[in-house]
Write a new protein. Structure first.
Length: 94
């Protein structure tokens, strides 16, 4: 499998404090998102993934499903950002 890097822009949540960020990060990590890094910018939340998958599409769709499965929060995905180049493809050029 190939590892893909991308960021999900998350809706239905506003991060007002470090405690808010810690709580949602913990819920995501304890769910199916142990390969994610959660960050907040101006109260908006972003989740950066390094996710393995058969394809970029599979990796993104599985990540979205995993984020939505967190029962403590009603998270939605507003957009997906990234260069959409796999780490394996990068290695071929170096």
């Amino acid at each position: 499998m190939t590892t893909y890097e991308f960021t999900l822009n998350i809706g239905n949540i506003f991060i007002h404090s470090d405690e808010d960020l810690l709580n949602v990060s913990t819920a995501l990590y304890e769910g199916a998102c142990e390969d994610a890094f959660v960050r907040s910018v101006d109260e908006a939340m972003y989740i950066e993934f390094e996710r393995e998958g058969k394809s970029l599409e599979d990796a993104i769709l599985q990540s979205i499903e995993d984020v939505k499965s967190i029962e403590e929060y009603d998270l939605s995905v507003l957009s997906v950002e990234g260069d959409f180049v796999s780490l394996g493809e990068v290695a071929e050029f170096t």
